[in-house]
Design a protein around this ligand. Structure first.
Ligand SMILES: CC(C)(COP(=O)(O)OP(=O)(O)OC[C@H]1O[C@@H](n2cnc3c(N)ncnc32)[C@H](O)[C@@H]1OP(=O)(O)O)[C@@H](O)C(=O)NCCC(=O)NCCS
Length: 216
């Protein structure tokens, strides 16, 4: 009898178990654990996410008012299937000191103009946590997924989000009006190439090793 190759066995197993997503690693930063999204996260997301402060500058594709099963629908019908198709990578954010509590969310998305999205629940904002998460997933985008460029649109009025892009060494490459949950706003597309990101990371390491030179 003819032996079946490893690849054939793998694909027939995947066909029988279509819910099996390609594995996404847990990522860690000094203060955070980024855990791959699971269906079981939906109830916590449903509690944290539907707040005006969070959705105002997110794309108007998000239903608003948010349905009572909005998080379940999103996780089950959109986010997990996109992970399974290797079109998106989603993580919940948790403090290392309190790993059961979801405090935010971050995504990487394949495509031309919108490759990363994130939100942080208000009590945990303003502590530099999303900056940490962004550095970890941006490393993943370039070093593991090996995409050549990362692009993110954001409302000009979204100062915290723009500041994160600025700190990461990104550049504005386009300005246009876009529709957000809070209305139609002037929006910028920020971009960074793999080469620029690697140079930015190297110079950040140099700054950390030589704090006096930069007056820290
Ligand atoms: C954007 C968001 C994720 C930032 O999360 P966060 O954990 O507070 O971010 P960080 O603390 O890592 O960094 C925010 C930076 O913006 C700065 N910032 C925050 N609010 C600001 C404001 N109103 N004006 C100028 N800078 C601001 C902070 O000082 C910090 O910069 P610094 O490190 O130089 O001090 C959070 O505000 C959020 O969830 N917003 C709603 C969802 C959203 O808009 N997502 C992005 C869509 S493009």
């Amino acid at each position: 009898m003819k032996k079946r190759g490893k690849k054939a066995k793998q694909s027939s197993r995947q066909a029988r178990l279509p819910h099996l997503a390609p594995s996404i690693p847990t990522l860690e930063t000094p203060r955070l654990v980024l855990r791959p999204l699971e269906l079981a996260d939906a109830p916590q997301i449903q509690i944290l996410f539907p707040q005006w402060e969070i959705v105002r500058y997110l794309r108007n594709a998000i239903p608003w008012p948010y349905p009572t099963d909005g998080a379940l629908q999103y996780v089950r019908d959109m986010a997990l299937p996109a992970i399974a198709r290797s079109e998106a990578w989603h993580w919940t954010l948790r403090l290392r000191t309190e790993p059961k509590q979801v405090i935010g969310f971050i995504s990487l998305i394949k495509g031309k103009t919108e490759n990363r999205g994130f939100w942080m629940s208000p009590p945990w904002q303003g502590r530099g946590l999303m900056s940490e998460a962004c550095d970890a997933v941006t490393d993943y985008w370039f070093n593991v997924l090996k995409f050549p460029v990362l692009r993110v649109p954001k409302a000009v009025a979204n100062a915290a989000s723009r500041r994160i892009s600025e700190k990461q060494g990104m550049r504005v490459v386009a300005t246009e009006e876009r529709d957000y949950v809070g209305g139609r706003f002037l929006s910028e597309t920020w971009e960074i190439t793999a080469e620029e990101w690697h140079a930015h990371r190297k110079s950040a390491v140099r700054r950390t090793r030589d704090p006096k030179r930069h007056g820290v």
